[in-house]
Write a new protein. Structure first.
Lengths: 624, 198
């Protein structure tokens, strides 16, 4: 069956996830070259591209990191092929070096850079506001308020990019990516997957003399973009009242709903900015002149608010303009409809009685369901073994970005420091230099390829002293099992891929002490880890075992589940040191849920009574 | 068109997202405006999945505390956890078959008493329809059809601008053919159970 996003039926209405709508928008725009490094909340966009590339001439790659994703796409666009690279907000930090000068060099065919911001940090380490990347690079930025608009903004961004001959940033927030709405399909522009590169070094090689010239061009483009923003259909005014609201993105939805609920349509005038870099000065100034007072509603930083206040100053306007303040809007987290409504009530002095909130004071605390490492997760085994091997040692565990970060809570307590992708390795060099503690870093396989390798080279070069544990579960697990350079794509029946061995890379870097362990073999692994952590210098342990969830998805042969037999003397070592979610307590005894148990047998190996045995009967599977 | 706000809470793996997508398809087929959003909370790793569905002309895709017209909980403790979404006029539908949080299994928390939980919810909202949806799913021939049982109960309450026929048509389009009969049966059982509670 054809991929649903390739449907050629203009006018058809389809219910799509925001990320599907964005991918469809790109297809309608004739995108021919796509790249990404996976990251929530952007991941489903690239999943669509990946699937579509299997059945069409669309090129797609899971690049090794976001910088490379941007570079390959930049080259395609400079060879005349419409390209798009997709990443989460912090991914743009990785790609920022490419971004800042690509802005100077520009593109020949349209190029769209998607930045998926994550206010509230549903699955991110910070909630940076990437509109500032547009300001810093000088590139145009557009941002949608709805799923339908997200789709339509993609072709708009491509056309804008081709008009200005520079990339355009499409910025979303999680509430766009992970919302679902109805979109109307438009025609699909024909993909042109082949291009040509014309030598033009005096415009394309950014030596200082060239770059000085290109910066002039960038500023000229900025002026042109500003003019386009003045009349863009994505910057519009609604209403004729004298109370002004300037808003963007999902905030516009909350403002619109509040206007209806507060019944203040006659009093309000809304300026929605969807083309928000460069901001349109004339449009904003004229808007301000028609208002008595203005409220700026934007999640994140006061990006528009600061600019609006500066525009007011230029016109010597003294009307009150408010946004972020202790009394009104916060810079924290994502907004919600009631919060926006309440700030509008306060700022404009509207009377409104919200529906009464129910009293929750007598509701008992509900036990938490924190996300946890899966039953049978190989990371749990490795963490247990490292803790055993280092009993009595003072340790520091720098960690990295991935599922394995979930090991930070007791009893595993296997993460002590984390800032960004690859930081486990880099920070280990610092910790081991200035402390006397044993530093053991953890990094996943995909993250190692993404940005762990330069850190490891640095450590070998500077003769740092730590152990790096590479948790190789054969996939990019956290974001939905995307492949990476260490994955054997032949096994997935996919041709046209090479394979890079982590072990060979580590040895080639010059790490002298390299150990490969199979973490489900507890005793052997502990011995190997002991030896590695006692090595003076940089040692690497590669812990190889397929992600349990992924193994399930691949329908790999299953191991038999285990049960707790009568010989159990209730030490509870299993539960208190592993905390596998397949355990439960029934009538004060430990039981194993046979439906969750993957048969990894790690608990069976640590039980002092050898009481944990493979299930052989239905009664045992039922926990008897 | 009057706006109706529905919050669905579930534990990862209970089929919340499929239930939402069936309701979405039903709305699409009937030309009813709908915006919805999901928070997965690392569902595959044991977390909570929350969906917000806003029917009608509103533009927001999320629902603030105290503003749900209907709350459907696929798991009793999760229904209780989401009580803040409700107000005195909210209709609440809850499965009564618990899925023990891992924290309780290892002794780091106490699961709420089910009688007490129902009493609490009933005292604070307009109506609570609570029953063992897992048992009905089993009776329908698919233990995973808890979501369809609860959809049946939801539609019986008539709070949303959707009919049973709308939703069944959407189920035909959105759920797997091999499970369709069991799913339709599950929907009916949930519908009838809610009618009994009325």
């Amino acid at each position: 069956m054809m991929h649903k996003l390739l449907t050629e039926n203009p006018g058809e209405r389809m219910l799509l996830l925001g990320n599907e709508a964005i991918a469809r928008g790109a297809i309608e725009a004739g995108v021919a070259f796509t790249s990404t490094y996976p990251g929530t909340p952007s991941s489903e966009i690239s999943l669509q591209f990946f699937q579509i590339s299997q059945e069409s001439d669309l090129y797609f790659e899971y690049s090794t990191n976001e910088k490379i994703a941007m570079e390959v796409a930049a080259a395609a666009a400079n060879a005349g092929v419409r390209s798009m690279c997709v990443m989460k907000h912090v991914g743009v930090n990785v790609a920022a070096d490419a971004l800042m000068t690509l802005a100077y060099v520009g593109v020949k065919a349209g190029m769209v850079i998607l930045s998926a911001d994550d206010p509230f940090m549903f699955s991110s380490q910070n909630e940076q506001d990437n509109r500032y990347y547009a300001k810093m690079s000088g590139l145009p930025l557009v941002e949608p308020s709805s799923v339908a608009e997200a789709k339509d903004l993609v072709p708009y961004a491509f056309d804008l990019s081709e008009k200005l001959k520079e990339p355009v940033i499409l910025r979303t927030t999680t509430r766009i990516n992970h919302s679902t709405g109805v979109v109307e399909l438009r025609e699909i522009r024909k993909r042109i997957p082949r291009g040509d590169f014309i030598k033009d070094p005096l415009n394309l090689v950014t030596v200082p003399a060239v770059a000085r010239k290109l910066h002039i061009k960038l500023l000229e483009n900025y002026d042109t973009a500003q003019e386009i923003a003045e009349t863009s259909q994505y910057n519009f005014i609604e209403g004729k009242g004298s109370w002004g609201i300037i808003c963007n993105g999902v905030s516009y939805n909350y403002v619109s709903d509040a206007i209806d609920e507060l019944n203040i349509k006659d009093k309000i005038r809304v300026l929605r900015l969807g083309f928000s870099h460069p901001l349109p000065p004339k449009l904003i100034k004229d808007f301000l002149k028609d208002c008595e007072k203005v409220l700026v509603v934007e999640e994140g930083e006061p990006y528009m608010e600061d600019a609006v206040k500066a525009f007011a100053q230029e016109e010597a306007l003294t009307l009150p303009i408010k946004g972020k303040s202790k009394e009104l809007f916060t810079r924290l987290y994502e907004y919600n409809p009631a919060q926006v409504r309440q700030c509008m009530v306060k700022f404009f002095g509207v009377s409104y009685a919200p529906s009464e909130v129910i009293d929750l004071s007598d509701v008992p605390p509900v036990p938490q369901r924190p996300p946890t490492l899966c039953a049978g997760c190989s990371h749990r085994a490795t963490y247990y073994e490292v803790r055993k091997a280092t009993e009595g040692m003072e340790t520091i565990f720098p960690s990295d970005i991935g599922c394995y970060t979930l090991g930070l809570l007791p009893p595993l307590s296997a993460a002590d420091f984390l800032i960004c992708m690859g930081s486990s390795v880099g920070t280990s060099g610092g910790f081991s230099t200035v402390t006397d503690k044993k530093v053991i870093a953890f990094i996943g396989d995909s993250t190692f390829f993404h940005s762990g390798i330069p850190g490891l080279i640095n450590a070998v070069y500077h003769k740092h002293n730590f152990t790096l544990v590479i948790l190789d579960n054969g996939t990019t697990a956290m974001t939905g099992h995307q492949p990476h350079p260490g994955v054997d794509m032949q096994k997935l029946n996919m041709d046209g891929y090479g394979i890079v061995s982590i072990e060979k890379v580590v040895r080639a870097i010059g790490v002298d002490h390299v150990t490969v362990i199979k973490p489900y073999k507890v005793k052997k692994s502990i011995e190997a880890i002991k030896e590695s952590v006692n090595y003076n210098g940089v040692s690497v342990i590669i812990s190889e075992e397929t992600c349990a969830l992924y193994a399930n998805a691949l329908k790999l042969p299953k191991r038999k589940p285990f049960h707790v037999s009568d010989t159990c003397k209730d030490h509870k070592d299993c539960i208190s040191s592993l905390a596998c979610p397949a355990f439960y307590i029934w009538n004060d005894r430990v039981k194993i849920d046979a439906n969750l148990c993957t048969g990894c047998a790690v608990c069976a190996q640590i039980c002092p009574e050898n009481a944990i045995r493979p299930v052989k009967s239905e009664a045992q599977a039922q926990g008897h | 068109m009057e706006t109706k706000r529905l919050v669905i809470v579930a534990v990862g793996g209970q089929g919340n997202l499929l239930a939402s997508s069936v309701l979405g398809e039903a709305a699409l087929l009937n030309g009813i405006p709908l915006n919805m959003s999901e928070i997965h909370g690392m569902a595959q790793r044991g977390g909570v999945v929350e969906s917000a569905l806003v029917f009608g002309d509103a533009r927001s895709t999320i629902i603030s505390d105290g503003e749900a017209d209907v709350l459907v909980g696929f798991e009793p403790a999760e229904t209780l956890r989401a009580l803040g979404k409700c107000n005195a006029d909210t209709v609440v539908i809850s499965n009564l078959a618990p899925l023990m949080p891992f924290t309780v299994n290892i002794g780091q928390g106490v699961y709420p008493d089910l009688q007490e939980l129902q009493k609490l919810i009933r005292s604070k909202t307009a109506k609570l329809i609570a029953f063992n949806a897992a048992a009905l799913a089993k009776e329908a021939g698919n233990v995973l059809a808890v979501n369809m049982v609860l959809l049946g109960a939801l539609i019986q309450t008539d709070v949303l601008p959707l009919t049973a026929e709308n939703v069944k048509e959407a189920m035909k389009r959105k759920t797997k053919q091999q499970f369709l009969d069991a799913n339709l049966k599950a929907f009916e059982l949930g519908f009838d159970e809610a009618a009994k509670a009325a």
